[in-house]
Ligand binder design. Structure first.
Ligand code: PBG
Length: 326
């Protein structure tokens, strides 16, 4: 063969050609911005391991939410950081707890202009930092936790969340939350199931973001990073229990799981680009070791390419602001 007859490079020759044939796009509407709100602060508190991300005051949260909506993000995911914690996470259930108050604030600010989501989990609210309540031996009590999640879910729906994100990895959590919502007149509130959530070291900076009290780890309830097959089992359960959307978390190190899940479902698929993924890129970029903006867009594009319709990312508002809306 003197010359190749097939020349893939032909379609790479100009920006216009590359744009014409690009298979995957990141649009503002695909991105969901996680936001932290802290009780009792008068100024936003920077999170050292997540440069550019803060624990918001009630006021700065409203402002950040409005700005993200203007930038065109598809949704917001709220996490609350309470002043007082106890063994059963009472502040998470309390209608006047920081997260429920913040949900009402943000819903009043942005209405239905974006999708308001809420973390439905106890770890921010417990004094031991676990995602559930503990049994007599100090283990996480699955079924006792479900009862608390049910109450929490109803409080969050009543506070204006459009979609709940139960992130605690208790067995049966989607079913219990669905039933509680329906019984309380919130049949229209959706559930974004944390279907495949791994016990990941990449959550490190998030622990600072929510002032986590956790000692130890979450290996008895979150998935072992070694396991792929198990995600299909979790997926089948979540769909059967009533999940409206399913999620894989973390994103970048779990793109194989994301692809497998995306190929198996007929509901929208999300992926969570977590705090450690954010921190790694920010740290390397700050050292001049990575081109920050290119790296960010590449990670998001690749997460979309692997099958995510929706990406939760701390860069959501920034990136949305840079992209064309639509
Ligand atoms: C638990 C929760 C965690 C994250 C989201 N929800 C922490 C954990 O499971 O330990 C991590 C998100 C991130 O790292 O960005 N409520």
């Amino acid at each position: 063969m003197a010359f190749p007859s097939s020349r893939p490079r032909r379609l790479r020759a100009t920006p216009a050609l590359r744009r014409l044939v690009a298979q995957t796009e990141v649009r503002p509407r695909n991105l969901v911005l996680p936001l932290f709100v802290k009780e009792g602060v008068t100024e936003p508190v920077p999170i050292g391991s997540m440069p550019g991300v803060v624990q918001h005051t009630r006021d700065s949260l409203r402002k950040a939410a409005a700005e993200a909506v203007t930038a065109g993000v598809g949704g917001l995911m709220l996490f609350g950081v309470p002043l007082r914690r106890d063994a059963v996470g009472s502040a998470g259930v309390d209608p006047d707890g920081v997260l429920n108050v913040a949900l009402r604030d943000v819903r009043a600010e942005v209405g239905d202009a974006t999708v308001l989501m809420s973390d439905t989990c106890l770890d921010e609210f417990t004094d031991h930092g676990h995602c559930g309540v503990l049994d007599a031996d100090g283990g996480v009590d699955n079924d006792a936790t479900l009862a608390v999640y049910a109450e929490m879910a109803v409080a969050q729906a009543a506070s204006g969340a459009h979609v709940l994100g139960p992130s605690g990895m208790m067995d049966g959590q989607v079913r219990v939350i669905r039933e509680a919502l329906d019984a309380a007149g919130h049949a229209g509130t959706g559930i974004l199931a944390y279907t495949a959530k791994y016990a990941s070291a990449f959550y490190g900076p998030f622990r600072e973001a929510v002032d986590s009290q956790l000692r130890g780890d979450r290996m008895t309830y979150q998935q072992d990073p070694s396991n792929a097959r198990e995600s299909l089992r979790e997926l089948a359960l979540d769909l059967e229990e009533g999940a409206d959307m399913v999620m894989v978390k973390p994103a970048t190190a779990y793109l194989d799981v994301l692809r497998t899940v995306a190929d198996a479902v007929d509901v929208p698929v999300a992926a969570y680009q977590v705090s450690g993924e954010y921190a790694m890129v920010e740290a390397a970029a700050a050292n001049g070791w990575l081109d920050r903006d290119r790296t960010i867009l590449e990670t998001l594009t690749c997460i979309r390419r692997a099958g995510a319709d929706v990406v939760l990312t701390y860069w959501a508002a920034e990136v949305a602001g840079r992209l064309d809306h639509g």
